[in-house]
Design a protein around this ligand. Sequence first.
Ligand SMILES: NC(=O)c1ccc[n+]([C@@H]2O[C@H](COP(=O)([O-])OP(=O)(O)OC[C@H]3O[C@@H](n4cnc5c(N)ncnc54)[C@H](OP(=O)(O)O)[C@@H]3O)[C@@H](O)[C@H]2O)c1
Length: 266
Amino acid sequence: MTQPPGTQAAVDPRELAGRRALVTGATRGLGAAIAARLEAAGARVVTSARHAADGPVAGTFVQADVSTADGVRRLAEAALDHLGGVDVLVDNAGAQTRVPDGVLALTDEDWLNDLSGSLLSAVRLDRALLPGMFARGHGSVIHIGSNAARWPQPAAVAYAAAKAALHAYSKGLANEAAPHGVRVNVVSPGVIETSGLTQRLAALAAEHGGDLDAARAEFARTFAIPLGRPGTPEDIAETVAFLASDRARYTTGTVQVVDGGLLSTL
Ligand SMILES: NC(=O)c1ccc[n+]([C@@H]2O[C@H](COP(=O)([O-])OP(=O)(O)OC[C@H]3O[C@@H](n4cnc5c(N)ncnc54)[C@H](OP(=O)(O)O)[C@@H]3O)[C@@H](O)[C@H]2O)c1
């Protein structure tokens, strides 16, 4: 029996004590859940996004656009100023341009938007922060990839290609980082229920008597998700917290698929 969504595994509030974490794209969705989970495990956390959050979120917020070189530079400096070093880096912010008219309708601007937001954002931030991890001889880097890297959806091919590149880059980086005691892994989510999907599900539920869980189950049947529901941001945060911790001390260069069984291949 899997744990129902919304419930939490017991968190050891000391597991990440003394660790300093930076999470990008953390004012909502997966990033907000990841920041909260790392903080609950005792880490000091800096979060970032282009705009401040509507409500309270974990950590200390730095406003920065990680799709630009200047935004990454300012974020890295602010995080180092605040934390004194970064032990856990979660490159979570991504960019997805949806073009319904097919791959050939994607413009250079669309491609550059997705490559800057989903690939170069991580490359640049890693370049700024991994030398410090190497010098200290430890660190955990987690890139939030996507199942789209292996299963491109027609309306978002540039995004899928950028995530595939992120997965490949992560493997190469993991090989170089390992001798320095630094681990690099990818978490590859399937369909996760962030606010946009909740709104779609609420509309679906309204058509069927208002039962949101029934709408989730219907959605899962339609998209053939074996575990019978979309994922939650907390499902992803749990795997990120594991990879950040010493429990994952022998895990590097991997892609951890967290998708309720959605990908039909190994
Ligand atoms: N949700 C899913 O089903 C799913 C599935 C597979 C993979 N993923 C991946 O998981 C990651 C998080 O997705 P999500 O669904 O949680 O997204 P989301 O709910 O749209 O949240 C995105 C977060 O990133 C920030 N952000 C976006 N662009 C940014 C930029 N250029 N610089 C700094 N911050 C930026 C946003 O704040 P601002 O807008 O204020 O900047 C927000 O805090 C992404 O990499 C996505 O590709 C998600």
